[in-house]
Design a protein around this ligand. Structure first.
Ligand code: UDP
Ligand code: MG
Length: 336
């Protein structure tokens, strides 16, 4: 059964919105997104059964209470409550998998309204032209702090060097069709990095550029630590290049050792006695450091293998408040 071909002109859109401690902004976001869906539906771009699915990623503030109230007031708002904080990537996946059987297309968008929702029209237009994936790519990074800008640039550069195929300046603001969702459900990896995974799937895709705005309210939930983690995951989840580089570095060090040996031997034959304390110390420190660093990188991969073998679920669903096409509440997934 191919849902997409049937509904390509009039797709059911589900906006998946991950929320972690977003009490300051979530009500405004809900209003803005609901307004946009209504405009898109009345323009005939999408089906009137389109929905917003908020994923409460184990918020510790009043986010869920607000979402619960909103879902009671407006059937367009549905809520997926995760049992604990699973992280942005897993929250998005949870939302996409919950919307999978209902939606023709899913757009993932942050809760803080930083991403321009007016480009949703372009997303949908590209989908109607035949794209299965549409990536939202930010025009510039002016609204970011200097640290964030610098880390982002470094991140994409490093990703490319390390062999991970991410779209630069694309951060999970994207449209995927139900075909992609079906394919995504087949992946069972625990180390999930959607930005790297989706481009490797090979579906027809395109890019839509958008302007980034300031966060409407609240603070960034991505700490430097979380960003570094994401960067490391992005590389080690997709590429074994760091391991090859370590091998190559080892080879170079051996070559260096051989050259040093020949030089020392020649000096010895010529009767020159070089005092080598400093050289020795330097070499020991450099090589020792390189070995420890390499062990750390290999350890990252082993940790990944370890986590994969456990096959733990990526997220645990606490409850779902879902309004189907009729407006009736459906408690699907409750027992998961
Ligand atoms: N988020 C989440 N779980 C987390 C961290 C963040 O669901 O553990 C959500 C957050 O509520 C927001 C989105 O992910 O909707 C992006 O986070 P944020 O805007 O704080 O990141 P930034 O835009 O600063 O990179
Ligand atoms: Mg943000």
């Amino acid at each position: 059964m191919d849902k997409t071909s049937e509904n390509r002109d009039h797709p059911v859109l589900v906006l998946v919105v991950p929320c972690y401690n977003e009490e300051a902004v979530i009500e405004k976001t809900a209003g803005v997104l609901a307004g946009k869906l209504e405009r898109l539906a009345s323009a005939g771009a999408i089906s009137a059964d389109s929905r917003i699915l908020f994923v409460d990623d184990g918020s510790k503030d009043d986010t869920f209470d607000i979402l619960y109230r909103l879902s009671g007031q407006d059937p367009v708002c549905s809520v997926l409550k995760l049992a604990g904080n699973s992280g942005h990537q897993n929250a998005i996946l949870a939302g996409m998998m919950t919307a999978k059987d209902y939606a023709d297309i899913v757009v993932t968008i942050d809760a803080d309204l930083q991403q321009d929702i007016e480009v949703l029209d372009d997303f949908i237009a590209k989908y109607k032209e035949g794209c299965e994936v549409v990536y939202g790519v930010r025009n510039d990074r002016n609204s970011d702090g200097l640290l964030k800008k610098a880390t982002a640039t470094m991140y994409y550069r490093l990703m490319r060097v390390m062999g991970s195929s991410v779209i630069p300046n694309h951060a999970d603001y994207r449209l995927v069709s139900s075909k992609v969702l079906g394919a995504l459900a087949e992946y069972s990896e625990v180390n999930l990095f959607l930005r790297g995974l989706i481009p490797t799937m090979g579906f027809t895709s395109d890019i839509v550029y958008f302007d980034v705005k300031e966060r409407e309210a609240g603070t960034s939930k991505y700490t430097l630590r979380k960003m570094m983690r994401l960067a490391a995951d992005g590389i080690t989840s997709f590429s074994a290049r760091p391991l090859h580089l370590i091998g190559a570095a080892g080879g170079l060090v051996i070559l260096w050792g051989i050259i040093m040996f020949i030089i020392t031997l020649v000096d010895w034959i010529k009767g020159r006695n070089v005092p080598g304390y400093t050289t020795l110390l330097t070499v020991i420190l450099i090589v020792g450091g390189a070995i420890l660093f390499s062990l750390g990188v290999i350890g990252e991969y082993i940790a990944k293998v370890y986590m994969e073998t456990k096959r733990r679920p990526l997220y645990i669903i606490d409850s779902v408040i879902w309004h189907g096409p009729s407006g009736a509440t459906d408690d699907k997934g409750k027992e998961q």
